[in-house]
Design a protein. Structure first.
Length: 129
């Protein structure tokens, strides 16, 4: 069975870049080098909800966010939901595609990524490029 992404006709305000990006300007996210990096949101930040994130950076900073909710969430209500947000000035540059492709090998969510010398996934050239 092939799964396809479902477009949301009107993007909810909580998924806008202006509300999502500031959440990732945190001191515990230390690797902001260009590439794709994994970060798990500490459950205490979102009422015990587990959120696995792939964050995409370029020389300008954060440009893409893919969030996976393996247990669901109050707003998204079912397990396995993925949200994808790309910086408005970076649309049509392949950032969303890169994040989705990075997430695909992880058939059971984004947890337990490989660790490289420079952080999660940095030893995987196809994910850190």
């Amino acid at each position: 069975m092939t799964r396809t992404a479902r477009r949301i006709p009107e993007m909810p305000a909580y998924l806008a870049w202006s509300t999502q990006a500031p959440q990732y300007e945190r001191p515990d996210i230390t690797d902001r080098s260009p590439g794709t990096h994994y970060w798990r949101v500490p459950p205490e930040l979102v009422d015990g909800i587990v959120v696995d994130c792939l964050l995409r950076y370029d020389l300008d900073g954060l440009v893409g966010i893919l969030n996976h909710f393996p247990s669901g969430s109050p707003k998204l209500d079912r397990p396995g939901v993925i949200t994808l947000v790309v910086h408005p000035a970076k649309h049509r540059h392949g950032i969303g595609t890169t994040l989705v492709q990075a997430a695909r090998p992880r058939r059971h969510g984004l947890a337990a990524p490989a660790r490289g010398p420079h952080g999660p996934m940095s030893d995987r050239p196809h994910l850190a490029s």
